[in-house]
Design a protein around this ligand. Structure first.
Ligand SMILES: Cc1ncc(COP(=O)(O)O)c(C=O)c1O
Length: 428
């Protein structure tokens, strides 16, 4: 439809790339141009370090948006993946997958849950959670209860149902009618929440800390109110721990800080340490509608993913690991507060928990992130003009000190008015 194919004047570095020029949408790569990519690529990683094709070494405090929980090329993960790769990659869910049974068992033993469904991504873990909540009520003879209440600023993924759950206009725009059944209320507004609960409400869905939304923690008291309201009205409580889970806050899951347990929980990102996978965990009660044939995925829980997931848990559940994450989180928070004191003209607020920290800045976060990158520090954007620090969970005190030096240099450059080339988008 109106596309013109234009040969580039010069051959680009990584293969011959056709410059495709669609009307009003010029692109210079065969990749669909949906991402604002920084002009940098990496060829290898080691622990918290990334080695760029530009010959530079970068300290990775983004971890692939909270994914590389154990850093890059962790020997235990590399071994688990390569050992499994030499044996068996995929069989489909038509057969038993003992590695998956084992991972599910370990997740169940270490959480509120009784059962697990493996997916390939976070959005698919949320899709499973949403379907499960609806099916729960249908199985109990109330199929009209299918609506789910979510919170402003939420991010639950990019499928049609999860953009409806997230409710953000920028992600819904142009994709046809919003999937029916999601009601959104202001973040933290108990009265609005109570008013939104009706006879069709099936569940409440929330991230314990809004990640993409700008590192906004849900207060423990609000979480307890959610649980009470859910119990009073026969609703299911769904926690999206895709970003907060697998040790990111210093507990295996962030809900453990609140004393509140969910009925359903979605997990992804860190659980694969970089291998694409996710999981929807639930109590047997909440999962009662998900009977034979009600849900499925070809790739979910395949032997390769399960080998890596088990290897990630080997490390994260080892005695002392999570305590160390908590200590590193406290150290990072303290150092960031000091950074703000030194650079009040650049940083306006420090937020977050554990190793999910956010800096709100006076300058646009795109500018801050670009300036940090020039100081060889990788950071990630979020909503509300926040920059996220999401280092691998294996960072040391030395890594925190390195990051602080680079952050000081970043702030100093901004204070000196050095121009910053904004290249990275604010959020995904
Ligand atoms: C809280 C939360 N939910 C869901 C998702 C979607 O996960 P995925 O991108 O793997 O589909 C994300 C990803 O950033 C997330 O942070």
């Amino acid at each position: 439809m109106g596309r013109r194919f234009v040969f580039p004047a010069q051959v680009r570095p990584y293969g011959q790339i056709l410059a495709i020029q669609a009307e009003n949408n010029p692109v210079t790569s065969p990749l669909l141009p949906t991402y604002a990519r920084a002009d940098i690529s990496f060829e290898r990683g080691e622990g918290p370090w990334l080695f760029g094709r530009d010959g530079e070494r970068y300290l990775d405090f983004g971890a692939g948006i909270a994914v590389n929980a154990l850093g890059h090329a962790h020997p235990h993960l590399v071994k688990a993946l390569t050992d499994q790769a030499a044996k068996l990659w995929h069989t489909s869910n038509l057969f038993q997958i003992p590695e998956g049974e084992r991972l599910a068992q370990r997740l169940v033993e270490n959480t509120f849950a009784d059962v697990a469904f493996f997916s390939n991504s976070g959005a698919e873990a949320n899709e499973a959670a949403i379907k499960m909540a609806r099916k729960y009520h249908a199985a109990k003879g109330q199929p009209e209860r299918f609506r789910i209440i979510t919170f402003e600023g939420a991010f639950h993924g990019r499928t049609l149902a999860t953009i409806a759950a997230g409710g953000q206009a920028k992600y819904l725009e142009g994709f046809g009618p919003k999937v029916e059944g999601f009601d959104q209320v202001p973040f933290g507004d108990i009265e609005a929440l109570k008013a939104a609960i009706g006879p069709e409400t099936a569940a409440l869905m929330i991230e314990p800390i809004q990640g993409e939304g700008g590192v906004r923690p849900v207060p423990g008291a609000f979480m307890r109110t959610l649980r009470e309201l859910a119990d009073d009205h026969g609703l299911l409580l769904i926690l999206d721990e895709i970003q907060t889970g697998i040790g990111r806050t210093g507990k295996l899951f962030a809900y453990e800080w609140t004393g509140v347990t969910p009925d359903i929980m979605s997990v992804a990102k860190g659980i694969g340490g970089g291998f694409p996978m996710g999981v929807c965990l639930a109590t047997a009660e909440a999962a009662q509608g998900m009977t034979l044939g009600t849900h499925g995925t070809t790739f979910g829980g395949n032997p390769l993913a399960m080998a890596v997931g088990n290897a990630v848990l080997d490390v994260i559940l080892a005695p002392g690991f999570l305590e160390r994450v908590e200590r590193m989180g406290l150290l990072l928070r303290q150092r960031l507060a000091e950074l703000m004191d030194r650079h009040p003209g650049v940083i306006s607020e420090v937020r977050g928990q554990g190793l999910l920290m956010g800096l709100r800045t006076h300058v646009p976060n795109t500018e801050f992130i670009a300036a940090a990158r020039r100081n060889k520090l990788i950071l990630i954007g979020a909503g509300d003009n926040v920059t996220r620090l999401l280092p691998p969970l294996i960072i040391t005190e030395g890594d925190v000190a390195e990051a602080m030096e680079r952050l000081d240099a970043t702030c100093a450059a901004i204070e000196a008015g050095q121009p910053a080339v904004a290249q990275q988008g604010a959020a995904k």
